[in-house]
Design a protein around this ligand. Structure first.
Ligand SMILES: [Zn+2]
Length: 71
């Protein structure tokens, strides 16, 4: 297998194109910097699915799994 292909996702050709597209969309949105609704710092991030927390003021909120509606 000497064939080298560059893909935009880490999965290569696996799992089907629609799944990879969704995964890329979700992971890129997770990498975005978010502002904390309490102290407005950019340390606001997802700690678990549906749970978002701020490192600075320890503000914690339950929100949707992959996006925040509070931003
Ligand atoms: Zn905060």
């Amino acid at each position: 297998m000497a064939r080298k292909t560059k893909t935009t996702t880490e999965f290569g050709a696996k799992y089907g194109s629609s799944v990879r597209k969704k995964y890329t969309k979700v992971t890129t949105s997770l990498r975005q910097k978010r502002n904390c609704p309490e102290c407005n710092s950019i340390k606001f991030k997802r700690v678990a699915i549906g749970i978002w927390a701020c490192d600075k003021c320890e503000f914690k909120v339950a929100d949707s799994a992959y996006e925040t509606t509070t931003v």
